[in-house]
Design a protein around this ligand. Structure first.
Ligand SMILES: C[S@@+](CC[C@H](N)C(=O)[O-])C[C@H]1O[C@@H](n2cnc3c(N)ncnc32)[C@H](O)[C@@H]1O
Length: 237
């Protein structure tokens, strides 16, 4: 199966994207991501890089003074616009904003799909004012999620489109740190999806709530380094 560029892949995925979202495992993920961003975006001007259909941007818009989304896929943005959100088409590797335009830049489930991650990190830092923060999520190679994904067959995300067709890289935390621009320093990190080997644990009757509570507890504990998703908080000097 060949690779598609992110724009084509997400344009094809867009109509199916919210089929399983807004509940269960996906809603849990979004809640955890929004909670990680909250302290850094409250009453500030914030950019979400790779905002997709606006599921998280909607929450950010309620917290922030101003929330703007940018995404490479027109079809995903169409749904974000229908939610009444302020969005712009563009790539995280070439952000269509001035230097220091935002107090914070956040990004969830995006950077693992960007081939030039170093450039994306530099762009996120460039559009953040000195003293501002980045809240960025990466897929963690040191996680149960990575091992399970490696064993799983391709999963259909839309008619004729499979999850293996988009560029996806799992990083270690050390690899991420090595790609940061010089003026950016890590100040914190959280782990998401640490204990549950598959998302099915969130949908089992009775077990979903228990799984969520255990995962929420583990997120800030020393176990966070094994999270399937790593959310780093970085300060821009
Ligand atoms: C899995 S979705 C996540 C959407 C949203 N952040 C959320 O959590 O619901 C990934 C999004 O990243 C966008 N994306 C991928 N590569 C991108 C790039 N280079 N620049 C901007 N957006 C990109 C895709 O179009 C897609 O909307």
């Amino acid at each position: 199966m060949g690779r598609k560029d992110a724009e084509t892949y997400y344009d094809e995925f867009a109509a199916w994207y919210e089929r399983a979202r807004g509940r269960g495992y996906h809603a849990f993920l979004d809640r955890m991501e929004l909670a990680a961003a909250s302290p850094w975006v409250k009453d500030r001007e914030v950019l979400e890089a790779g905002c997709g259909t606006g599921l998280i941007l909607e929450g950010l818009a309620r917290l922030a003074r101003r929330a703007v989304g940018v995404d490479i896929s027109s079809a995903m943005l169409e749904q974000a616009r229908a939610r009444g959100l302020e969005v712009v088409k563009g790539s995280v590797t070439d952000l269509p904003f001035a230097d220091g335009a935002f107090d914070a830049v956040v990004s969830f489930k995006v950077l693992a799909h960007v081939p030039d991650l170093r450039r994306a990190l530099a762009e996120c830092a460039r559009v953040t004012r000195p003293g501002g923060h980045l809240v960025l999520e990466f897929y963690n190679r040191r996680s149960i999620r990575y091992l399970v994904k490696k064993l799983k067959p391709a999963h259909r995300v839309a008619e004729g489109t499979f999850d293996t067709e988009v560029h996806t890289v799992y990083h270690t935390w050390e690899e991420v740190l090595a790609l940061l621009p010089e003026n950016v320093q890590a100040v914190d990190r959280a782990g998401i999806r640490i204990l549950a080997p598959t998302h099915h644990f969130y949908h089992l009757p009775g077990l979903g709530r228990v799984t969520e509570s255990l995962e929420a507890f583990a997120s800030g504990s020393p176990l966070r380094r094994w999270g399937g998703f790593l959310v780093g908080v970085f300060r821009v000097a």
